[in-house]
Design a protein around this ligand. Structure first.
Ligand SMILES: NC(=O)c1ccc[n+]([C@@H]2O[C@H](COP(=O)([O-])OP(=O)(O)OC[C@H]3O[C@@H](n4cnc5c(N)ncnc54)[C@H](OP(=O)(O)O)[C@@H]3O)[C@@H](O)[C@H]2O)c1
Length: 244
């Protein structure tokens, strides 16, 4: 079995480490890549082909994990050469996922839940061809959502609707607690009902949101555009908060 990567950043590197089997070989290409990516690839036990077209043609499973902006163009350029599965793991909207699926056969809509370098990343899949990826559960936690392309990306977006809005609320309430000199007590009292890990998780969520507020705002805008027909009072308020 050959797994090919278009994009060799955090996601591909970590997947290679998780999927360890004598029966699986990995391939990619240096074609057009930055010095940083070339250096990363050279450190790994991976076969390097001259072009991404060759990578796609040779792969039983082709993984597209590059960037939300490149995902569609990569599919337009290489999707037609796929002979096996084309698995997209980029953070893209269900609309883009559906658009990508038009450029390749045997498409699988994939979503990484949590950071790929966390202790237990989970992959969610959607699409009929996801059944052919079930063997990956020997190496990584995974779940097939449905046969409907777009469902994995939609679930991930729904998850973000909740987590990103909640982060904005946490920022606001902890600021009020701080102004009242009750910040520690605020986290302690919430931990009584939310569980002992709440304080660490909440602080990590607040820090992450503040440090990446531009990206988080863009993601909230994407959610608002995608679920435009739904009531989004809380999400819009969270966006307003992050933009301040
Ligand atoms: N990291 C996570 O935990 C996580 C979780 C969920 C989803 N994702 C999604 O997974 C994707 C990859 O994330 P990452 O963390 O691995 O990103 P990353 O560390 O920034 O790496 C991106 C890689 O993609 C390459 N690339 C970009 N455009 C390309 C193109 N047109 N053709 C070939 N290679 C290209 C880059 O090469 P150059 O350096 O040459 O540009 C780099 O090797 C993103 O869409 C991200 O949203 C990531």
């Amino acid at each position: 079995m050959i797994i090919g990567f278009i994009g060799f950043g955090k996601v591909s590197k970590n997947l290679m480490r998780l999927i360890k089997s004598d029966d699986i070989a990995f391939i990619t290409s240096l074609e057009g890549r930055s010095p940083k990516t070339i250096e990363n690839i050279k450190k790994e036990d991976i076969d390097v082909l001259d072009t991404f077209k060759q990578v796609v043609e040779k792969s039983d499973i082709l993984i597209s994990a590059n960037s939300p902006k490149s995902a569609l163009n990569v599919a337009k350029k290489y999707g037609k050469y796929t002979k096996g599965i084309y698995l997209d793991l980029n953070n893209i909207s269900p609309d883009t996922t559906f658009e990508i699926s038009k450029y390749t056969d045997n498409f699988v809509d994939g979503a990484i839940i949590g950071k790929i370098d966390s202790d237990n990343p989970i992959l969610y899949f959607a699409g009929k061809s996801s059944d052919e990826l079930l063997f990956l559960s020997d190496f990584i936690q995974m779940k097939k959502v449905s046969d409907k392309i777009g469902d994995a990306s939609k679930l991930k977006m729904l998850r973000s609707t909740y987590t990103k809005t909640l982060s904005a609320l946490l920022i606001e309430s902890s600021e009020i607690a701080k102004n009242s000199n009750l910040e520690d007590e605020f986290f302690d009292i919430l931990s009584l009902t939310e569980g002992s890990e709440f304080k660490d998780k909440a602080i990590s969520r607040i820090t992450n949101t503040i440090n990446n507020s531009k990206r988080k705002s863009e993601e909230l805008e994407e959610i608002i555009n995608y679920f435009g027909d739904e009531e989004l009072i809380m999400v819009k308020a969270a966006l307003k908060k992050l933009n301040r």
